[in-house]
Design a protein around this ligand. Structure first.
Ligand code: HGY
Ligand code: MN
Ligand code: MN
Ligand code: MN
Length: 415
């Protein structure tokens, strides 16, 4: 670190917390969290607030054809590739105030602190808001960063539909955030993502900082089961073609497969759609997505194969049709060693307790890691709870991770 920095190199935690609380007012949930789903009017309002704050801090905006927002602070060497700091402003329907939002606003806070400390960097700094990280409204998760990284086709992404049949492409145009930059044209010197852990480890181990070395891999398997619509009252049990029963047995089987792959494997179902979804009609169609994850490549692929084979057996035994489509996938990710070391060094220089951790949740960094050196920083969250309106962190935790972010980014952006 040069004279420009030293021990006063910390962020303004109060300003970061105020931004978080201000952003949380947009798309409020019904229980203290947020419902600011991607490409809704609430998402558009949050984007405008972020844009205003960034422009007030002297950043210039670029938006690409997936609606990804790139807010640039110039470096002293215009030819140097930028250091990116990113995450997402969209939330789950019953999301918390910090998932994703912390990483975007902490990136802005790091830049505002550079301004306050009159720090210049060789590499430009770009604070990024990725579109549709959650995958709640349009599957898969991390959709726009996946297109940016060249692993998801943009036309496929534009055609993705929400539960009401609206497409990603139409909704992006409707809210006025279809940008003109060619997605993926930007090149990165490095990418940092700061995120709440969304799990119980850091709090249980009483650590302030998670030095994220890896992220577990994921499959989202969308099953479409075909039964026969029939009266729930007058149809004898032996004459039923019961897609709902098949789904229940598949869910139980997924639990058993995940438990058979311990330690370190998870599996479950978060979304089910019965058609016609009427109390006294046996479902003709049942659509649901199985979410399986593990840091082990071998286990990940074995779990997928086992679940698909057993699901076909369950459906055959009930005479139910079974189709499955992988609607989300990434292999286990190893983050960039040099950047991971810069995060650990920053935590040590600041005297913050820290530990290595593997991310349980998926993040945009999983895709940027395909195209640039990438890593993550984590802070604890209360009870490890996330994707729940009661998601909570402390201002101290939020600030400590942002201090680490500032120092690791400056180390990489070359003061
Ligand atoms: O699904 C995930 O891991 C992330 O929250 N989108
Ligand atoms: Mn997130
Ligand atoms: Mn999330
Ligand atoms: Mn794979």
């Amino acid at each position: 670190m040069t004279a420009q920095t030293g021990t006063n190199l910390r962020v303004n935690g109060d300003r970061l917390w105020d931004m978080l609380m201000e952003m949380a007012k947009i798309g409020p949930g019904i229980a203290g969290g947020n419902n600011r789903q991607t490409l809704t009017d609430e998402d558009a309002e949050g984007r405008r607030l972020f844009q205003r704050w960034c422009e007030d801090a002297g950043l210039t905006m670029g938006v690409d054809t997936m609606g990804n927002m790139f807010m640039t602070r110039a470096g002293t060497d215009p030819d140097a590739l930028p250091v990116y700091i990113g995450s997402h402003l969209d939330t789950q329907p019953t999301g918390g105030k910090y998932d994703g939002v912390l990483g975007v606003l902490a990136g802005l806070e790091a830049v505002r602190s550079m301004n306050d400390l009159n720090i210049t960097t060789k590499h430009p700094i770009v604070v990024t808001n990725w579109t549709n990280e959650e995958g709640a409204r349009f599957a898969p998760a991390m959709l726009a960063s996946g297109v940016f990284a060249g692993v998801i086709d943009q036309d496929y992404a534009y055609g993705r539909k929400d539960m009401d049949g609206k497409t990603f492409g139409d909704e992006l145009k409707r809210i006025g955030w279809l940008g003109d930059e060619v997605v993926g044209a930007r090149k990165m010197h490095a990418y940092f993502e700061y995120h709440i852990e969304q799990g119980p480890i850091l709090e249980a181990e009483n650590k302030q900082i998670g030095v994220v070395t890896h992220c577990q891999g994921l499959w989202w398997l969308e099953f479409t089961l075909s039964g026969r619509e029939a009266h729930t009252g007058s149809t004898p049990m032996n004459l039923r073609v019961n897609a709902g029963l098949a789904m229940a047995r598949i869910m139980e089987m997924v639990q058993e497969v995940a438990m058979s792959e311990q330690p370190g494997a998870v599996g479950g179902v978060g979304q089910v759609k019965f058609s016609p979804n009427s109390r006294n009609v046996l479902p003709g169609t049942v659509v649901f997505t199985v979410d399986i994850r593990t840091p082990s490549q071998e286990k990940l692929d074995r779990m997928r194969a086992t679940i698909e084979a057993k699901a076909n057996e369950i459906c055959a035994a009930l005479g139910v049709g079974c189709a499955v489509e992988a609607v989300g996938h990434f292999d286990p990710v190893t983050f960039d060693e040099k950047l991971v070391a810069s995060v650990r060094k920053a935590a040590e220089d600041l005297g913050y307790s820290h530990m290595n951790i593997i991310s349980g949740a998926g993040h945009d960094a999983c895709w940027t890691a395909k195209v640039a050196p990438s890593t993550m920083i984590m802070c604890p969250c209360v009870g490890g709870l996330s994707h729940n309106e009661a998601e909570e962190i402390s201002q101290e935790w939020a600030t400590a991770g942002c201090d680490v972010l500032l120092r690791a980014v400056l180390e990489t952006a070359e003061i």
